[in-house]
Design a protein around this ligand. Structure first.
Ligand code: ASP
Length: 440
């Protein structure tokens, strides 16, 4: 049995949390490969080491040296090392890192040093081998992960290594320099390592006990999701559920390795298991919906034209206007003579919306174009919906009873998801009503 464990920023924040990390690892000999984030916030007002490092980079660019802010970074690490009674002297490593930050003048390199130093320190504390992700993870010239190369490297370099600590968040770019993932990217590193070593389980240790059915700021008593499929997770995290980096599932998904979201501060909680769909169907039990997630601030461009369905190339001509402006369309619900484009309002600022509407008028000569703004999208997600009749009825009855006017409905062809559009002002009320309808 092999487990890859990734510990996030709050788990690495101070000596106390690191002691918890050690006891978790000591409790299970299969926890062999440990991926770590940089130290995060110790309390609400604190600054994450990664943010301090981005500040170091700005300082180097402005003044030629990161001395002032790097002092704070250094202290974060030395405090931890002292509190843990580590006897190793890290001075030389810190000095060398500071020198490289000043010399390289590179944002990715600078930001990556949080994970680098965190992994060196943790390896020392746990008595494990430090293996640098710079030697494991490769990107291609377009900045995408070079999967095959990376898999081979991970397999070869970790073969025969019984216990290792690996820094998250970065790898080697095609130009031979350090390259980071986007923020929160250590989750992706953990997934890559899990795939490379053919782990049985990828444990992602964070500061919450898994995914909740919906946002606890709206429904304080929201339950934890026990089991979620990769696909359900995609839908939920795309719509704003943010416990795990949205790209972290891809490496493990290819090898069908489950992910367990666990809480370092409550290790006894089962957390959320993220599993392949085929596994889920056997164990699904009675749950109909798995989660509810949503995003505010969309605009709907509603287009009507008689006999639109008979006009060859109509949809392409409409979409080419949006493409020409370099914008992403989230959904395209359509009727016989109607077509709506749902776009994030943020993308339509500064006159872009007016330009698009005018160009659509010129391009396809519609009978009518109308824009609705301040729309929220809410996704109700669950494989259980496909097996059950009456889910949609229950959902829409709940919304009708709550007096919510639905502006758009889109049910994905996978029957995994019903997305509705409502006014921003109904967003919270809508999530509450759906939760109450299915989780009573
Ligand atoms: N330390 C990085 C960040 O704050 C990456 C991570 O923690 O996953 O975004």
């Amino acid at each position: 049995m092999i487990k890859v464990c990734k510990f996030g920023g709050t788990s690495m924040a101070n000596a106390e949390s690191l002691r918890k990390v050690k006891s978790i690892i000591d409790a299970d000999a299969s926890r062999k490969y440990i991926v770590v984030s940089a130290p995060g916030k110790r309390e609400k007002a604190d600054i994450k080491v990664t943010d301090l490092l981005y500040k170091c980079f700005d300082e180097v660019m402005e003044t030629g040296s990161c001395e002032k802010t790097f002092k704070i970074v250094r202290k974060r690490f030395t405090d931890i090392a002292e509190d843990l009674n580590l006897t190793k002297d890290f001075t030389e490593i810190f000095d060398e890192t500071e020198r490289q930050i000043n010399e390289n003048k590179d944002a990715d390199f600078t930001a990556s040093r949080g994970e680098y130093l965190s992994a060196i320190l943790t390896a020392e504390y746990l008595g494990a081998k430090f293996v640098d992700s710079f030697d494991l993870i490769r990107f291609d010239s377009k900045g995408r992960l070079n999967e095959e190369y990376t898999n081979d490297k991970v397999r070869n370099k970790l073969d025969g290594v019984e216990f290792a600590v690996i820094p998250g968040f970065y790898g080697k770019g095609a130009n031979g320099k350090v390259k980071t993932f986007s923020r929160g990217g250590s989750d992706i590193t953990g997934s890559i390592i899990a795939r490379g070593v053919k782990a049985d389980l990828y444990e992602n240790w964070t500061d919450v006990s898994g995914f909740l059915v919906c946002d606890p700021r709206i429904v304080p008593e929201a339950k934890t999701i026990k089991q979620l499929t990769y696909k359900e997770l995609r839908e939920l995290s795309y719509m704003g559920a943010s416990v795990l980096h949205s790209e972290a599932i891809f490496p493990v998904m290819k090898s069908r390795i489950p992910i367990n979201i666990k809480n370092t501060f409550k290790p006894e909680d089962a957390g959320t298991m993220i599993v392949p769909s085929e596994y889920h169907l056997e164990n699904a039990g009675e749950t109909v919906i798995t989660g509810i997630a949503g995003k505010k601030d969309f605009s709907v461009i509603f287009i009507e034209k008689s006999l639109m369905n008979a006009e060859v190339g109509f949809i392409r001509k409409v979409l080419s206007v949006v493409e020409h402006h370099g914008l992403c369309v989230e959904h395209v619900p359509s009727g016989i003579d109607t077509l709506s484009l749902l776009i994030e309002s943020e993308q339509l600022k500064d006159g872009v919306l007016t330009d698009i509407v005018n160009e659509i008028r010129e391009n396809v000569n519609p009978d009518y174009v109308h824009v609705i703004e301040n729309v929220s999208l809410i996704a109700t997600v669950g494989h259980g919906m496909a097996r059950r009749s009456g889910t949609a009825a229950k959902l829409f009855t709940a919304l009708a009873n709550a007096g919510i006017n639905i502006k758009m409905i889109d049910q994905g062809s996978s029957e995994l998801n019903i997305i509705i559009g409502v006014a921003n002002s109904d967003y919270e009320k809508c999530i509450r009503a759906i939760y109450d309808a299915f989780e009573e």
